[in-house]
Design a protein around this ligand. Structure first.
Ligand SMILES: Cc1cc2nc3c(=O)[nH]c(=O)nc-3n(C[C@H](O)[C@H](O)[C@H](O)COP(=O)(O)O)c2cc1C
Length: 203
């Protein structure tokens, strides 16, 4: 089948793209609400972008009523944020944090997630994810005419749980994907977990 996307509704395009481009990593993004409480939500339109400077990006749509999602509103006012990579045990919490709560409601408090200080970061990190990236907004790109905004973040600090870090023969830090155990988003309500990991030498 060869599908002309220009003949599809935005909803159908969303469904097709998000089921075709899989698996996607999920940025579990923590921002600060105006009252100082913590907001956390998952975003799978997410990717690393460059290493020097270290940049990542994720895009945020709008709520059904057209109002901005808390993450976007928070980042417009307070540019610091923390991206977490959730492992399989955290999948239920990750998914639950996508609930459409009233603006300003803290998912961290509602879901009983624990946060801990993140050395070098003004914001805390969630205690359980094995990876956390301390970021601040580098650039905000409106994706007109879509009601989507692409946030590019510069990563200042990387937290990795000691259990996943090792050093290779040349002394470079390596992270073990199986111990990290990341969840990935597939289409619709489907998530993927890491399967077999294969190593191939670079040609
Ligand atoms: C796994 C997963 C990935 C998601 N990815 C995105 C995304 O990339 N962009 C987006 O706007 N919403 C995405 N959503 C929906 C948001 O998480 C949801 O709208 C959430 O309520 C936003 O929270 P906030 O208002 O606290 O920012 C995703 C939901 C799930 C469960």
């Amino acid at each position: 089948m060869n599908i002309d996307l220009s003949a599809q509704s935005p909803g159908a395009v969303y469904a097709l793209l998000t089921q075709a481009i899989i698996p996607r990593p999920v940025a579990w993004v923590l921002t600060q609400n105006a009252d100082g409480s913590l907001n956390v939500a998952p975003f799978s339109y997410f990717t690393p972008l460059s290493s020097a400077p270290p940049l990542l990006g994720f895009s945020v749509g709008r709520r059904g009523d057209g109002s901005p999602k808390d993450t976007a509103a928070n980042l417009a006012a307070r540019p610091n944020f923390v991206v977490h990579i959730a492992h399989a045990e955290l999948l239920r919490d990750l998914n639950a944090s996508a609930a459409d709560l009233p603006p300003g409601t803290s998912e961290v408090a509602t879901l009983g997630l624990e946060s801990v200080p993140f050395a070098g970061s003004t914001l805390p990190r969630l205690s359980r994810p094995r990876v956390a990236l301390c970021c601040r907004v580098h650039r905000t790109v409106p994706l007109d005419p879509a009601s989507q905004t692409f946030f590019i973040g510069e990563v200042d600090r990387l937290y990795v749980h000691d259990d996943i870090v090792a050093k290779d023969a040349s002394g470079r830090l390596t992270l073990d994907p199986a111990t990290l155990d990341p969840v990935a988003r597939l289409g619709s309500t489907a998530y993927g977990l890491l399967g077999e990991v294969r190593h191939l030498p670079r040609p």
